[in-house]
Design a binder for this molecule. Structure first.
Ligand SMILES: Nc1ncnc2c1ncn2[C@@H]1O[C@H](COP(=O)(O)OP(=O)(O)OP(=O)(O)O)[C@@H](O)[C@H]1O
Ligand SMILES: O=P(O)(O)O[C@@H]1O[C@H]([C@H](O)CO)[C@@H](O)[C@H](O)[C@@H]1O
Length: 155
């Protein structure tokens, strides 16, 4: 990816970057990723590894393994590259890639990992609006509501 980054820079391609777990994909993710792609010419997605998701979201997560999460998001037209990272946060990856634009959802307005590195290199941070009521937690909750009830009834 670093060699590709250098090639893109050589070409003057504006590289947008965002990151996340993207466990069970939902419309909020899609809107967000489309927005992130619109901030540049290509979009690099930094995706938390399974071990990183566990440390960030708890031992029961992720529901979907990293290979499957990566292949699902990679199929989105707005995604040009997917890079897995194993650390708790993407700061090291961002410091190496130095995207021109770092996009994060407004839910992270309080702390954008990699902000200092990107801004020091002349890039910018852009916050994406949240799509109301959409989250992986909500999807999991709905599944439990429907199938959890059936499981209890079967005893
Ligand atoms: N409803 C939403 N609208 C816009 N962006 C979103 C929405 N939900 C998540 N995102 C963004 O997608 C990225 C990945 O978030 P994540 O995979 O944690 O989704 P999530 O739905 O919040 O998951 P969970 O419910 O498990 O915390 C983050 O940058 C986050 O800002
Ligand atoms: O999918 P999430 O939990 O919204 O993504 C997290 O974003 C964190 C954010 O970049 C901190 O500024 C990051 O540290 C964490 O590793 C997840 O990617």
């Amino acid at each position: 990816m670093l060699a590709e980054r250098a090639r893109l820079k050589e070409q003057g391609t504006v590289v947008s970057f965002t990151n996340g777990c993207f466990d069970i994909l939902h419309p909020g993710h899609v809107t967000y990723l489309q927005f992130a792609r619109q901030q540049g010419d290509v979009l690099v997605l930094g995706m938390n590894s399974d071990a990183s998701v566990k440390r960030n979201k708890g031992d029961d997560r992720p529901i979907v393994c990293e290979e499957d999460r990566a292949s699902v998001v990679a199929a989105l037209e707005c995604i040009d590259y997917v890079v897995l990272f194993d650390e708790d946060e993407p700061r090291e990856l961002i410091a190496e890639l130095l995207p021109d634009v770092l996009v994060k959802g407004e839910d992270w307005a309080h702390y954008v990992s990699g902000r200092e590195e990107v801004e020091a290199a002349g890039g910018k941070v852009v916050l994406a609006k949240m799509v109301e009521g959409r989250s992986t937690t909500n999807v999991i909750g709905r599944i439990l509501e429907v199938y959890g009830k059936e499981a209890n009834q079967q005893g």
